[in-house]
Ligand binder design. Structure first.
Ligand code: PHE
Length: 340
């Protein structure tokens, strides 16, 4: 038995020293000193020993157990420390690594232009209203003095959803919605920014584009008020040396109507490809609100008058930022967008 104990101790100590992992060590512990371990197994046979030998062997067995336990404890500590070092190494931060940058987005150039347009009008006392992109035939056409089958409906090629529902072709329908909401209060002085839809698509036309509508109604509003407000706006938007030119035009919802040009921002008015040699660029439609439109909005054209205008935001943004293809605004190429 003495021999057995000695052998066990030697073998166990050697295996403890060789253990590389804590789990391995715990298994060895079970195998040697556990309840069903080899040491216990040997001690079971103590019954076959003589009365003198039993205490000697008992003591010896205890010594072996103590030795093994000490070896287990030492080794456990060592392995623990090793594991800790490995963990430390793995968790070390390399603060010299370059940081990961998140690209910052920015406001889309069209909306930058729109924000600026809004700011200018707000500073002149206008409120901002929003209408609906999905409109009824009534607001988009009829309330704009375009009865069913009116030939001027062909001016705008329309996306119909049903007989009576369509994607608005201009922001003008919101004129009537604002009048209905405001009537009989005066003055009405709002701009209406938003998306509009028409069935054309080329370098200068997109099926979806943006307009800013303007509507002013009060007693004694004159054509010169329209001209003055638009000139102030253009000077603020493009620069103090800008000029405007009004040309007679036709819209069913204004009378008289005028198209407004500004000096070509590309050539400064000398004449170039962009302005087709004229030195002028068309930027918006406008006019005095038609009596029928005032009436349908609830106002009495005998007592009040007003003017309205509608400008294309893409057009203004192209001129302001020198962009020559409308489609660039909608392709969302970051190389383009990053320039703003
Ligand atoms: N609604 C017109 C268009 O889209 C523009 C306009 C608005 C003209 C208001 C006159 C008055 O072409």
């Amino acid at each position: 038995m003495r021999e057995q104990l000695r052998e066990l101790q030697e073998k166990a100590l050697a295996r403890i020293q060789a253990a590389g992992l804590l789990e391995e060590l715990n298994e060895l512990k079970l195998q040697y000193t556990g309840k069903k371990g080899e040491l216990t197994q040997i001690l079971r046979n103590m019954g076959g020993l003589s009365a003198e030998e039993r205490p000697v062997m008992g003591q010896l067995a205890n010594e072996v157990r103590d030795k093994l336990e000490e070896a287990f404890a030492n080794m456990a500590e060592k392995l623990q420390e090793q594991a800790y070092q490995i963990q430390l190494k793995r968790e070390t931060l390399d603060i010299t690594l370059p940081g990961r940058q998140r690209p910052l987005g920015s406001r889309h150039p069209l909306y930058q232009a729109m924000d600026e347009i809004e700011e200018i009008f707000i500073s002149m006392g206008f409120g901002v209203e929003e209408g609906y992109e999905v409109e009824t035939d009534y607001y988009n056409f009829e309330a704009m003095n375009l009865p069913k089958n009116h030939p001027a409906r062909d001016m705008q090629d329309t996306f119909y959803i049903s007989e009576d529902i369509l994607l608005r072709t201009h922001t003008s329908p919101t004129q009537t919605r604002v009048m209905e909401k405001m009537c009989p209060r005066l003055p009405v002085k709002v701009i209406i920014p938003g998306k509009v839809y028409r069935r054309d698509d080329d370098a200068t036309h997109s099926p979806m584009f943006h307009q800013v509508e303007g509507l002013v109604i009060d007693e004694h509003i004159r054509f010169s008020d329209l001209k003055g407000i638009l000139l102030s706006f253009i000077k603020r938007f493009f620069g103090e040396d800008q000029e405007i030119r009004l040309r007679p035009s036709y819209f069913p919802f204004t009378e008289p109507s005028a198209e407004v040009d500004c000096r070509c921002v590309i050539c400064g008015g000398k004449g170039c490809r962009t302005c087709k040699g004229t030195g002028w660029l068309e930027i918006l439609g406008s006019g005095m609100v038609h009596p029928n439109v005032l009436r349908m909005g609830g106002y009495d054209p005998a007592k009040v008058s007003g003017f309205a205008f509608g400008m294309g935001v893409e057009r203004l943004a192209m001129l302001k930022y020198g962009v020559d293809d409308l489609r660039l605004f909608f392709e969302n190429d970051v190389r383009f967008l990053r320039q703003f």
